[in-house]
Design a protein around this ligand. Structure first.
Ligand SMILES: Nc1ncnc2c1ncn2[C@@H]1O[C@H](COP(=O)(O)OP(=O)(O)O)[C@@H](O)[C@H]1O
Ligand SMILES: [Mg+2]
Length: 360
């Protein structure tokens, strides 16, 4: 699908196919086109080009209520003057089902979202997470098999958001529903999704399982947006089946995974902070980059060290606080190491490196 708003192309030839029962997260920064994508699938917006098929049928001309989808947007709205029970049973009630059927379904859904005990409470008497579960229950009660979730956890506080991730996924799986969940939160997407679709400027940048997208990013943008990484500029000086060698500022030669970038060409090396070790000694078989600790930041389960390499480039190492952990202090001379197979090389971007990383 393609969708333009005046000068802006919000979606640019997006083509995606989703399996029955799949939990897909569309991940991208603000303005990537996520909401536009969901609204088109829901039937709330018309695409300029493209067709949407559900169960093999083109639904372009079907109104939202005839699409088997339910769209739940960022700021979910509950009816404030209705109880939990009334909010959830609202959809089935207006469908004119018989009383017994409505009651049975509502009771089942309240069990499912674990709010049976709060059935007579009003929304203002519930926590944010409970309200979210009521909204989900109401969406499921509509009978739609495809949940379109627009940043569904975005309005909740951090703790709750993390707790609800697995619940949300479990609910969708238990009910055999299909979910398209859009978010700008990479951690959320990696944790919940069967498949992650990275969207940038209205285009799909990469699609894959969370592990694939994380461990084999296909662009600088994905490497930086999903998981974050150290980026170092340089030139490829040779390649073999075993890997490539890159020369960076100061003449340092770095062994990396096999890359398509040809010898003599400018390139960008990306390696994860959590794949970068800090020690006093070189590590055999790894790339060893001497430098000085610039800062140490404690972040609970791990420590982040910023290291200025001898060539002036700064990198970050993230080390889990385990029994083997050893603290280093500012100004201390160290060696930063990472294994060659953890180094991903990309062609030097036409618009420069900052543009790819800054777009976040
Ligand atoms: N109704 C609209 N009119 C004009 N521009 C819009 C409209 N809706 C979205 N856009 C633009 O389209 C782009 C994608 O927006 P959106 O789909 O909301 O992104 P996201 O949900 O990923 O933040 C943005 O540049 C946004 O400003
Ligand atoms: Mg949005």
């Amino acid at each position: 699908m393609t969708k333009r708003f005046g000068e802006i192309t919000a979606l640019d030839g997006v083509n995606l196919s989703i399996e029955d029962g799949e939990y897909v997260c569309v991940l991208g920064p603000t303005g990537a086109g996520k909401t536009t994508f969901l609204r088109i699938v829901a039937g709330l917006l018309e695409p300029d080009e493209g067709e949407i098929y559900i169960d093999g049928k083109c639904v372009n001309n079907l109104p939202p209520e005839a699409r088997d989808t339910v769209y739940m947007f960022q700021q979910y709205a509950l009816f404030p003057h209705m109880t939990v029970w009334q909010n959830v049973s609202y959809g089935p009630e207006i469908k004119d089902w018989n009383r017994e059927k409505v009651e049975q379904l509502t009771a089942e859904i309240l069990e499912m979202v674990r709010l049976a005990e709060r059935r007579d409470a009003y929304p203002h008497e519930l926590s944010g997470g409970m309200q979210q579960r009521v909204a989900l229950g109401r969406g499921i009660a509509s009978g739609a098999r495809i949940l379109l979730l627009d940043e569904p956890l975005g309005a909740l506080d951090a703790r709750l958001r993390v707790g609800l991730r697995t619940q949300l996924r479990q609910l969708v799986k238990d009910q055999g529903l299909t979910a398209i969940h859009v978010t700008h939160d990479q951690e959320e997407a990696l944790m919940i999704a069967d498949r992650v679709v990275v969207l940038r400027n209205g285009r799909i940048e990469q699609t894959g399982t969370p592990h694939e997208v994380y461990s084999r990013p296909n662009s600088i943008f994905v490497a930086s947006f999903v998981g974050g990484a150290n980026f170092v500029e340089g030139t490829i000086i040779g390649s073999s089946d075993a890997g490539s060698v890159m020369e960076v500022l100061g003449g340092l030669q770095i062994k990396v995974a096999v890359s398509d970038v040809g010898a003599g060409e400018k390139a960008v090396l990306a390696f994860r902070r959590e794949d970068t070790w800090v020690g006093e000694e070189e590590v055999a078989g790894s790339n060893n980059l001497p430098g000085v600790i610039v800062s140490a930041t404690f972040i609970g389960d791990s420590m982040e060290y910023e290291i200025r390499l001898e060539n002036g480039v700064s990198i970050v190492s993230k080390i889990l606080m385990s029994d083997a952990f050893k603290a280093y202090t500012e100004g201390q001379r160290v060696v930063a190491s990472f294994p060659p197979e953890k180094g991903h090389v990309f062609p030097y971007p036409v618009m420069g490196l900052l543009k790819e990383v800054e777009a976040i």
